[in-house]
Design a protein around this ligand. Structure first.
Ligand code: TMP
Length: 218
């Protein structure tokens, strides 16, 4: 289990993928197994970040410019990295994040249309240098689901991002799959169409294989 100390794992995927349910289940299991676990969510996770989250998700801000949106997500992330993630990793905790930079590549990049090099530049400012010294995930787990299945899992009151429609969300999904295909060493894709128990089972075996060589519940 010590193999998980100081590791940084992100759970990500389209709205309605069930990632947050898996996130809670697996964080609980890791904690029961005796690990020190620090859970964070984005946007938010700090007092400053939760205020930024309110602005980002409030449907009243339908005029928000894409670059403003991207920078607000990154601003929330910069605060989270500095205040919580970096100290927790230094202290040897397993950090589990519900969304991270992979969300910005998928939503503001692949779906929104912002050039990747702009996102990369701001991500380096928020998280530090990816090539060394920065705070980047050891592994990003993508919970993959098609739009129709995802729609059945959403709360009927949609937030500003969820209101963007089926085509936008199809591009989000593809944006995640493309990231995973480009960087298989740092990404894993889980089929999230199955029921929650089956998805948990697949996620645990994958984590076992990729991070510890044995079960996180052992
Ligand atoms: P949540 O529903 O998982 O809490 O995420 C909030 C929404 O914000 C969700 O629709 C995805 C979106 N989002 C982005 O568009 N870009 C980002 O960088 C992040 C972290 C989230």
């Amino acid at each position: 289990m010590s193999a998980l100390s100081g590791r940084f794992v992100v759970f990500d995927g389209p709205d309605g993928s069930g990632k947050s349910t898996q996130f809670r289940t697996i964080a609980g299991m890791a904690r029961s197994a005796g690990l020190e676990v620090r859970e964070v969510r984005e946007p938010g996770g700090t007092a400053v970040g939760e205020r930024i989250r309110e602005i980002l998700l409030d449907p009243i801000h339908d005029e928000m410019a894409l670059r403003c949106e991207m920078m607000l997500y990154m601003a929330s992330r910069a605060q989270l990295v500095e205040q919580i993630i970096r100290p927790a990793l230094r202290g040897g905790a397993l950090v589990l994040a519900d969304r991270f930079v992979s969300s910005t590549y998928a939503y503001q990049g692949a779906a929104g249309g912002l050039p990747m090099h702009e996102i990369d530049a701001v991500a380096s400012a928020a998280c530090g240098d990816r090539a060394g010294g920065g705070t980047w995930p050891d592994l990003t787990v993508i919970f993959d689901v098609d739009g129709r299945t995802a729609a059945t899992r959403l709360n009927p009151t949609l937030d500003r991002m969820e209101q963007k429609g089926a085509e936008f969300h199809a591009r989000v999904r593809q944006g995640y799959l493309d990231q995973a295909a480009r960087d298989p060493g740092h990404y894993a894709v889980i089929d999230a169409h199955q029921n929650a128990e089956a998805v948990t089972g697949d996620t645990l075996s994958m984590l076992r294989q990729r991070l510890v060589g044995r079960g996180v519940h052992e």
